[in-house]
Write a protein that binds this ligand. Structure first.
Ligand code: X2X
Length: 334
């Protein structure tokens, strides 16, 4: 009996010892994201953990939970949970935050961006800062912007070369703005969690979906259940690494600087691997048996015109001043 007691005390002491590194208690934080563990989102989160451990001599580390496990499978609830301090960190894309901060839809307005240079002019400039302020108003500190990417359309029914080809297709979408865009194209949109989409595509519950090539379509093997892809670049989706403001405010300046630096570097790595994997992606998808169509400039123009009504109504919802701030950064980049 005594021996058992002594054993328990020794064990408890040893455990406290393990938690003490460099004089401070080691702490593990929880990070939620809503894609699988093969995506560039996940790899970015892993890089963040690696860099944060290095910077703090192991005093701070991150446990990563993919597939929106911590929000009961609801990809749109993660941001709200971080805002009230129920989650520590989140990696998610702008569109998932729109129920909390509708302004975040600005990034994904159809055909707002024509290139990565346009994107970088906004995320690295005044618009990116403005969006960080808006998110801080919801108690989320955005440490850095990463990339989901330009969203491309896939389906199992036919090649998409014109807006008319979208008519009548049952399309899985992630959020409210894409419902309006799909309606403008004459498709039948259905909002669905990403984690449920692969099975829905496989079983023919929906005909198609839209997602970025490098970040999601390839690592989540969408090509196994979809035949046609059109690289129409119709909407850009950034991701961000965010932390609960409550947690952020509990840290001293030195800790905040370490967390921010690790976050910025991790997201810059994540953006680079996403662009690399996207660049190599079309060829890879063809090798996997997909029929990939790359529209001409005229064909892209037809998609742009067809989605204009959704652009206009969402520009009003997010605020035309905010849209102008983005457009000025894009127009002024050279
Ligand atoms: O749900 C999606 O389509 C995804 C993974 O791209 C987002 O989180 C918006």
């Amino acid at each position: 009996m005594n021996f058992v007691k002594w054993g328990a005390t020794a064990l408890a002491t040893a455990m406290i010892g393990a938690a003490l590194v460099g004089g401070a208690a080691a702490e593990t934080f929880r990070l939620s994201h809503n894609t699988g563990d093969t995506t560039t989102w996940h790899r970015g989160a892993e890089k963040f953990n690696e860099l944060l451990r290095e910077a703090t001599d192991g005093e701070m580390d991150i446990r990563i939970f993919p597939n929106a496990q911590l929000s009961g499978g609801d990809q749109m609830r993660q941001a709200e949970m971080v805002g009230r301090g129920a989650l520590d960190f989140v990696v998610t894309s702008a569109i998932n935050v729109t129920p909390l901060a509708s302004e975040m839809a600005v990034f994904s307005l159809p055909y707002l961006y024509g290139s990565y240079e346009d994107v970088d002019a906004t995320t690295d400039g005044a618009p990116g800062e403005r969006m960080k302020e808006i998110m801080e108003g919801h108690n989320i500190i955005v440490l850095a912007w990463g990339e989901n990417g330009f969203r491309e359309v896939t389906n199992n029914t036919r090649p998409i070369r014109s807006p008319e080809d979208m008519r009548g297709l049952n399309m899985r979408v992630a959020g409210p703005m894409y419902i309006d865009v799909m309606n403008a194209l004459g498709a039948n949109p259905q909002q669905m969690q990403w984690t449920e989409t692969f099975t829905a595509l496989q079983q023919g519950v929906v005909d198609g979906q839209e997602n970025p090539i490098g970040a999601v379509i390839i690592p989540q093997r969408v090509y196994e259940v979809q035949k046609y892809l059109t690289a129409w670049h119709y909407s850009y989706d950034p991701i961000f690494l965010g932390v609960s403001k409550q947690l952020w405010d509990s840290w001293d300046e030195d800790t905040q600087a370490k967390v921010r630096e690790a976050g910025v570097e991790a997201m810059s790595y994540q953006k680079q691997i996403t662009r690399d994997d996207t660049a190599a992606g079309i060829e890879y998808l063809r090798e996997q048996g997909m029929e990939v169509y790359e529209p001409t400039d005229e064909e892209l123009q037809a998609f742009r015109e067809a989605t204009q009504p959704a652009f206009d109504s969402w520009a009003d919802q997010v605020g035309t001043d905010l849209v102008s701030l983005f457009q000025e950064a894009i127009d002024g980049r050279d």
